[in-house]
Design a protein around this ligand. Sequence first.
Ligand code: GLY
Length: 405
Amino acid sequence: MRFLGIIAGSLLLASCVASTAETLDVNEALEYCGNQIDRTLRQLGRDSMDYTMMPRNIASTDSVWHCRKTTCDEWCAGFWPGVLWYEYEVTGDENIRSEAEKFTSSLEYLSKTPAFDHDLGFLMFCSYGNGYRLTQNPKFKEVILATADTLATLYNPNVGTILSWPRNVEMLGGHNTIMDNMINLEMLFWAAKNGGDHRLYDIAVKHAETTMAHHFRPDYSCYHVAVYDPETGAFLKGMTHQGYADDSMWARGQAWAIYGYTMVYRETRDPKFLDFACKVTDVYLNRLPEDYVPYWDFDDPSIPNAPRDASAAGVVASALLELQGYCQGELRDTYKNAAVKMLTSLSSDSYRSGDKRASFLDHSVGHMPAGSEIDASIIYADYYYLEALLRLKKLNQANDVLATL
Ligand code: GLY
């Protein structure tokens, strides 16, 4: 009964995402990723491997990875180890596992350092989290539990959210929380289930609830940044940092919301989060261009000449492959078909880096207002693309088994 509202709201979507012929060859796409990973490892190892230098981006005019040191302000340092862990999951190749372990280990110090900002979940759960999931190495568990406690030090109970950017409190006029922060909650949920304090679960739920209450406009599109009074917890303003305007729908911000609320539903099984995940998804799907890869901001007035953001498409494809599993009937098909359509576009020559670069994908936008990483290959686009391919492979395998019963 409670899903009727979601189903009604999604009828429009269902007609837009008519059943997608699965032209995507998932195994071929995974093989492509494997080849690009080999190329990257060869590139990185050319002058002997430095495991503290992580691939971050390749400009559209360039062909080699620009790497960054694993410092606490390099929020993307966990994605390359995460790519290697997914590749190990796909292939079982012990050489890849060994590389994954070495790159992952270079992040250990973050579990012993005071929190620089909220990105600890991205940093440590994509790396150590995947590593623990696949190897059960008790050392990895220790590191994740310690990091979850560190992340929780940024929680402000007056507000009910984690402070995303301690360094920007003065500049932004208060306790700031960005939509991206939703992803970092996954590590808190995990820690609470795996020997950590139950308080971490409560913090994650409260953060998701507070964000749901203030961070969205009536059409369920989100602000990038919400600013709160740190003493009273009052919501002061919604604004952007990486989007086109305060009231625009920045593609990756909305992607984090879709992924985040899907994950929060998984961890809580509270139907209000499922309902919300569908609502924030529908506003995104209803406004996509034909190939289902969004412009970097849905409200950039230069559309259709604005750059796309393949990273948002990868994040959303992965999220929808999970979300469809929590839905029924037509809505389930709508979300799965949309994800396949996104992955089909990303796997085409229009988005693949191919021979030009060792990344998987071109055409992502990091920080348009700062003029950085525009129409580039970016490591988190590759991470979520690979995650989504793996999720689709598992889903197809599960469906094949069901079909034989
Ligand atoms: N700040 C994370 C992002 O660029 O999505």
